[in-house]
Design a protein around this ligand. Structure first.
Ligand code: SUD
Ligand code: ADP
Length: 345
């Protein structure tokens, strides 16, 4: 966690919310004492990026997305969205990959604010200031984290009185990964990935993330999986929670080696097909001693599970020195879902 920052408990599941227009958000000040922030006060919400510890992809659904079962882990690489009163809707983006990002309705945080305003029946008056740490189009759901943080921040700013379940439903409309960015932790996702249930996971895990120079398109990676399956003559597999059972057992036991052995990603082969250099990145990290390695979601970020700080340093140095990664981050998981934070200014 960064300097001068306090975590505020706005993100507890199912807080119910107050009646519309009467809902000060509860936050904690620098002495960890609860404090109520009335609507109209500038607020900052923070949401995590994620790694899929398991991602099993089934067939196409009528809505053209894929049925899947996944185990998400939120990691401490986060997005901050500050919501400031404004006469209209404005958006500014800074940080990792900010240059290429739209600040109009194509931005997921803007879409989240517009959707929340429409459903809550309030005018969409806010300036959203996004600070990114999660790589854009990296398979770590940074855009989804921005959407989740915008929902939480605007909900507090406008005092909409919507409850946690309402925000989760809005999140599912915005994208398959948005509900998980609200929930955080370690959780099982089913359906399109939008139905999220927390998993029993003991301990914390250390990750080295290898960032790629360029992003990968999520629809293109799913499309390549379909192409590969069709070429192999494979039908679409049925997927269910039994496909991630070994991983859930390992997480419940808090056994890093068993967790490493159970990591799996059906999007890894199509991601490697579209970005072949990632095969070497995985190899370099494995050779440097990582317990396990996989492509994060649709890629191209690769994630290396490491036993401790020393192993993490070895893997990070090997990835950087070999040129197999454009950049590296060392993070831990699980991290909390979208919540208000008090940034000292
Ligand atoms: C693959 C995953 C793994 O967690 O995330 P990323 O690795 O990209 O972050 C997710 O399934 C992505 O979630 P998200 O990026 O929110 O997806 P959406 O915005 O809802 O959909 C973007 C596109 O991804 C494809 N898609 C997404 C979810 C799903 N269950 N099946 C799909 O086929 C569709 O082509 C869809 O048009
Ligand atoms: N706030 C945002 N942050 C990142 N990407 C965004 C955002 N809003 C819209 N997008 C678009 O969504 C696409 C992928 O989003 P992102 O969540 O970064 O990657 P991924 O889906 O691989 O996890 C990007 O190509 C980008 O143009």
């Amino acid at each position: 966690m960064g300097d001068g920052l306090r975590v505020l408990p706005g993100g507890e599941p199912d807080d119910g919310g107050d009646p519309a227009g009467a809902g000060p958000a509860e936050v904690v000040d620098g002495d960890d004492r609860p404090r109520r922030v009335p609507p109209g006060t500038p607020v900052t919400a923070r949401a995590p990026g994620k790694v899929n510890l398991a991602l099993r992809v089934g067939g196409l659904r009528p809505d053209r997305s894929h049925e899947l079962v996944t185990v998400f882990e939120a990691v401490a690489l986060h997005e901050d969205v500050r919501a400031v009163p404004c006469a209209r809707l404005e958006c500014a983006v800074a940080g990792e990959g900010a240059e290429g990002l739209p600040t109009d309705e194509r931005n997921l945080a803007v879409r989240a604010a517009l959707l929340l305003a429409e459903r809550a029946g309030v005018p969409p008056r806010v300036r959203l200031e996004i600070t990114k740490q999660v790589p854009v189009a990296g398979g770590m759901a940074g855009g989804s984290a921005d959407a989740a943080a915008a929902l939480v921040a605007c909900d507090a700013l406008w005092g909409t009185g919507l409850g946690r379940d309402d925000l989760l439903a809005l999140g599912a409309e915005l994208g398959a990964d948005v509900p998980f960015a609200l929930v955080g932790g370690t959780a099982v996702g089913t359906g399109r990935g939008e139905r999220v249930v927390p998993a029993l996971a003991r301990g914390t895990r250390s990750w080295v993330l290898a960032l790629a120079g360029q992003g990968l398109s999520t629809p293109a990676v799913f499309g390549e999986l379909d192409r590969q399956r069709a070429a192999a003559g494979d039908g679409d597999p049925a997927v269910g929670e039994e496909d991630v059972r070994d991983l859930l057992v390992a997480l419940a036991a808090g056994d890093p080696a068993a967790v490493g052995a159970a990591l799996v990603n059906d999007l890894e082969a199509p991601a490697l097909s579209l970005a072949p250099a990632l095969a070497r990145t995985l190899e370099v990290g494995r050779e440097a001693g990582a317990l396990a390695a996989l492509v994060s979601g649709s890629g191209p970020t690769t994630a290396f599970l490491v036993a401790d700080r020393e192993q993490g340093l070895d893997v990070a140095v090997a990835l950087t020195a070999s040129g197999a990664a454009a950049d590296v981050r060392r993070v831990h998981g699980p991290a909390p879902g979208a919540r208000l934070v008090d940034v000292a200014r």
